[in-house]
Design a protein around this ligand. Structure first.
Ligand code: PLP
Length: 395
């Protein structure tokens, strides 16, 4: 009577959500101060004051009808022009309003892309460790095949030997996410150059473009003065999916965009397909008020410095305790090796101390755990004794 596949999807929560819900139960039982929830990537710093000012200003100056009304399906033209100008200023690019399709966050941006690009038999490659929802978006949303490339667990860059063999004539696109959820890795310029030359070679070999979908909700969350390579400058057939969920701390407002550069193969058709996919999914238009907020706050971020402080505390604390982890350079996750082979068991054991984090299995990288540090700093400070007790169990 119902779509079995959707019933299954609706009944089974993601592991992250399972643990987050468990955390809420524990909070009700023992109090928030006794639960050390590092499970979810919900920004812990407030949106900047300018967001509040923008909301008030838009309502005062544009009025409720315009602020809450429908916009063009691809987003308000002035908003899109402002976003283009902002990127051009910051990254020395040459985008214009019609390169942008505003979306309901990065999730909708990705879903629109996958659906727009997928033809029967197509494959999309994701590189482990990866955001688990990719599989759902590709397989359930776009009816395509999700091909997983094993992780390079030494640095969490790209395992090029594995990627080379994973690309077939059926490959429609490769998805990358840097800064990465869950590893916190930032792909180096060398990695991006290598990736671009591999995709160029394989596109020529198979006689059709292999697209690169760059999922960038953490673009502004980079540490140690690292400069992030802007991907469209390295590979022409790049489509960017962006979101303000993390950079402006607005995850519940659902605002982001797809960026389709003019240089993309058959860019106008690709853009039309993305609009069509958004229409078929019933997105109608991205939230009207927050389209305007995004434009007014273009180029700004929440105070992200706290995440770097949290990263330093956790990285130093965990490595002192003997955990093995690659130092994250961005996003707000750290991805140490589990202290036992089975990361699911390890996360279960951590629950004894009310330490909540998630196994790497769903991210395509068993044997690791993701610890999300978009939390109040004092939660990390208070949790270190418990991490020490947990580690002591394995000595
Ligand atoms: N992509 C990655 C890598 C993410 O980590 C997330 C959310 O955590 C998303 C996409 C979805 O972002 P949004 O909340 O903007 O839809």
């Amino acid at each position: 009577m119902f779509s079995q596949s959707m019933v299954e999807l609706g009944q089974k929560r993601s592991t992250i959500r399972e643990i987050f819900e468990y955390g809420k139960q524990r909070i009700a039982q023992i109090g928030a101060e006794n639960v050390y929830d590092f499970s979810i990537g919900n920004p812990s710093v407030p949106a900047p004051e300018s967001v509040r000012d923008a909301v008030i200003d838009i309502l005062d100056t544009e009025g409720s009808v315009a602020a809450h009304g429908y916009t063009s399906a691809q987003g308000d033209a002035k908003v899109r022009a402002t976003l283009a100008e902002d990127l051009n200023r910051r990254f020395k690019t040459h985008f214009h309003a019609d390169n942008f399709y505003l979306t309901v966050g990065a999730a909708a941006a990705l879903c629109s892309c996958f659906k727009a690009l997928a033809e029967p038999g197509d494959e999309f490659i994701v590189i482990a460790p990866f955001f688990p929802e990719y599989q759902c978006f590709i397989e359930r949303g776009a009816d395509a095949k999700c091909v997983i490339v094993e992780a390079d667990t030494t640095a969490f860059q790209i395992n090029f030997d594995k990627l080379y063999t994973a690309i077939t004539p059926h490959t429609k696109a490769v998805v990358i996410n840097s800064p990465n959820n869950p590893s916190g890795t930032v792909y180096s310029e060398e990695t991006i150059q290598k990736l671009a030359s591999l995709l160029t070679k394989k596109s020529a070999m198979f006689g059709h473009p292999i697209f690169l979908i760059s999922d960038e909700p953490y673009r502004e969350l980079v540490y140690d003065d690292i400069t992030l390579p802007f991907i469209t400058k390295y590979y022409t057939n790049t489509i960017i999916c962006y979101s303000y969920s993390k950079s402006l701390s607005l995850p519940g407002e659902r605002i982001g965009y797809v960026l389709v550069p003019d240089e993309l193969s058959d860019a106008k058709t690709a853009y039309a397909a993305i609009c069509g996919a958004g229409r078929s999914l019933g997105y109608v238009n991205a939230p009207s008020l927050f389209q305007r907020v995004a434009a007014k706050c273009a180029g700004q971020t929440a105070d992200l410095t706290i995440y770097e402080k949290n990263r330093n505390l956790l990285y130093e604390g965990l490595t002192d305790l003997g955990f093995s982890c690659v130092k994250p350079q961005g996003a707000f996750y750290i991805f140490p090796r589990s202290l036992e082979a089975d990361a699911v068991q390890f996360c279960e054991r951590a629950k004894k101390y009310d330490l909540l984090f998630v196994p790497g299995d769903d991210f395509g990288c068993p044997g690791h755990v993701r610890i999300s540090y978009c939390v109040p700093t004092n939660r990390i400070v208070r949790a270190m004794d418990l991490f020490a007790k947990l580690a002591a169990e394995y000595r």
